[in-house]
Design a protein around this ligand. Structure first.
Ligand SMILES: Cc1ncc(COP(=O)(O)O)c(C=O)c1O
Length: 404
């Protein structure tokens, strides 16, 4: 077969069917359509437009000058594991030690390693959706069977039907995955819901994987960080928390994350880290250490700024007649809908081409997200204003021409 057609590789050159069949990122598909087009306002990716703080960069530079360029322990350096154990224990009032921490080369690698440790082919995995696509792609890569429990939109935000989730957790379920605060919806679990899920998981012997990467970025006056399973669980519970330096410390490009897992998994997680990346880079671990030691003021500032950007974007979108914009409790996204618009991938491409507005299509996060669009508000206020203006003008023109 001709090698020119990437969708039909010759059998000799093909990846295994399961990998070849993985869907390509639909966020990327929109972004690729917009690259090369000048003047597009880009809100499609999940990262801030603000670079990493100087004190973190300085720590990495100093570490490089000290020749921190060698392999480290698979599970991470002792000083960083201790600092992470202290950080997690202080934040969530739990007594976790360094043996329960594994440092990984990013949050997504943390999720992959946790699932490699737990999942066998055919295992039943329950996931609350819509969700960042990697969360459902990883069990699929591992030949596990994903059951989706869909959140529902409402005027006060996206909501979980707790009974539906508890019913989906059956005796033959191996793992339940929750991402709260959630990407793309900004939905957040309450402590009561977490307790109910934990009790059901204990009763059935189901593992919980909690993706906590947005736990510091929440927009409720009554809370400084999201409720955590770590506060409720004991060190012996079947609970793994996956986390990352990417969002709270503005370190997306550094690729540093961590897992909090029962001590019994420490050695096996270390083996998997060996076979994935062997370790996170030493100088990046030094940057992470500085982020933990000196980062609280910057997180407080970031959270406040994101809160006001969220409010600003919601105000602007709510002023456009007809938009459906459930307010997010946390995260970095407004997930909204233009009534009458069905196919979010086509719509997102149309908005890039006709309004120079770059948003992520909701279908990228699963069928429950179809018809919706994700807007990352971790951007300059002036860009958010200009983007909302573009949307308003595009909708006015489109409805005047009878399309909407
Ligand atoms: C829900 C969720 N989990 C995990 C990650 C992983 O972040 P990283 O791999 O940059 O640490 C992301 C990034 O967008 C995310 O949105």
């Amino acid at each position: 077969m001709a090698s020119g057609n990437p969708s039909r590789p010759s059998p000799q050159l093909a990846a295994r069917d399961l990998v070849h069949g993985l869907p390509a990122s639909k966020v990327r598909e929109v972004a690729n359509a917009g690259f090369g087009q000048s003047g597009v306002l880009r809100f499609w990716f999940g990262e801030s437009d603000e670079p990493t703080p100087e004190f973190i960069k300085a720590a990495a530079t100093a570490a490089l000058a000290r020749d921190e360029v060698f392999y480290t322990h698979n599970n991470g350096r002792d000083d960083l594991r201790q600092a992470l154990a202290d950080y997690v224990s202080g934040l969530h009032g739990c007594a976790r030690g360094p043996g329960e921490i594994s440092v990984t080369s990013s949050g997504v690698s943390a999720l992959m390693i946790a699932m490699q440790a737990l999942l066998s082919p055919g295992d039943r995995v329950v996931v609350v959706t819509p969700v960042w696509p990697n969360v459902t792609a990883i069990p699929a890569i591992l030949s596990a069977h994903v059951i989706r429990v869909g959140l529902r939109p409402g005027a006060a935000g996206w909501k979980l039907d707790l009974d539906e989730l508890l019913a989906a957790m059956t005796p033959d379920t191996r793992l339940v995955i929750l991402n709260s605060p959630g990407n793309p919806t900004g939905w957040m679990l309450t402590a009561q819901e977490q307790l109910a899920i934990l009790e059901r998981a204990r009763h059935l012997g189901v593992w919980i994987l909690s993706d906590d990467v947005y736990e510091r970025l929440i927009y409720r006056e009554d809370m400084a960080y999201a409720p955590s399973f770590l506060r409720l669980a004991s060190a012996e519970d079947r609970l793994i928390s996956a986390n990352s330096f990417s969002k709270s410390w503005l370190m997306t490009g550094w690729r540093l994350g961590w897992l909090v897992a029962p001590r019994a998994l420490e050695t096996d997680l270390g083996k998997l880290i060996e076979f994935n990346t062997s370790c996170a880079p030493a100088f990046v671990q030094s940057a992470g250490l500085a982020a933990l030691r000196e980062g609280e003021p910057m997180i407080a500032r970031l959270r406040q700024e994101l809160h006001s950007k969220r409010d600003r974007l919601l105000r602007q979108l709510n002023a456009i007649p007809g938009l459906d914009c459930p307010p997010p409790d946390g995260g970095m996204y407004v997930f909204f809908r233009i009534p009458g618009e069905g196919e979010s991938l086509a719509l997102a491409k149309q908005l890039v081409a006709e309004a120079q507005l770059g948003l992520a299509p909701g279908v990228a996060f699963g069928p429950e997200g179809e018809g919706w669009l994700r807007w990352c508000f971790a951007a300059r206020a002036a860009d958010l204003d200009a983007g909302a203006e573009r949307l308003r003008n595009w909708m006015a023109t489109t409805s005047a021409s009878g399309v909407l």
